[in-house]
Design a protein around this ligand. Sequence first.
Ligand code: SAM
Length: 268
Amino acid sequence: MADQDRAAPTGIDVTKPSIARAYDVVLGGKDNFEIDRAVVGEMLKIVPQLPEVAAYNRQILKRGVRFLVEEAGIRQFMDLGSGLPTQENTHQIAQASAPESRVVYVDNDPIVLAHGRAILAENDNTSVVTADLRDPETVLANAEVNRLIDFSQPVGVLLVGILHHLHDGEDPQGVAKAYMDAVPSGSYLFMTSFCASFPEAAALEETYLSVLGTGRFRSLEELQGFFGDLEMVPPGLVSLPEWRPDEPIVEELTVAERLMAGGIARKR
Ligand code: SAM
């Protein structure tokens, strides 16, 4: 059956690639269309290890959320640019350690809401909001966000795998700061992003920008700027597998392992 014959949820344009669906292709998911697979095909020509990179990103998500729940005591999360539901989502990771944890997912792609609703139907502590994270004022005023998030208590703000989709002119640093300004002392920012720490970064950035329209590879220094004056949790901003690995790293990191960097920081 051709993709176009499959019922696409309302508001889903199957003639243009979407970031959420292209990421779903890379993760080996089924919620994507031919146009998304074609775009990912172009990216894989430059970095065939992209599926590994996506897996590292999902692994650090798990380690990071576990840290936030188990060591930092966080019980409420805003997952901004959350993506389509996949194997282990933020609410499942958090609620496995602390069942009372509340999670609001925010994504501007309506396909995320269409697929998220079904998964979350039975979970009162979790919600999906369709909104543009570049507009923090609207996100922070959203009724569903305010039903689940108590802004007088520490919040885990997740900007995982998303800030590289913001152009420099969209002030990604200011966007991150706006969310952190809205949460109290003791809150955390958890951020991962493409990092220009390997020779193919420029070619890959060019491909992302031409086929998907977004995808900035920033230097470690630029990425550090996203944390502003927050207090970095050790080991700081590092390549994804280096952030509190479950097993010690003994070999030099590969290109795939260095393609993204991430870290967590605490608001004083
Ligand atoms: N956070 C997940 C992860 O790291 O596994 C998913 C990352 S996925 C690469 C990026 C997600 O951000 C996509 O689902 C896309 O739809 C969403 N996104 C892109 N731009 C956005 C925006 N301006 N506002 C809200 N969501 C956005």
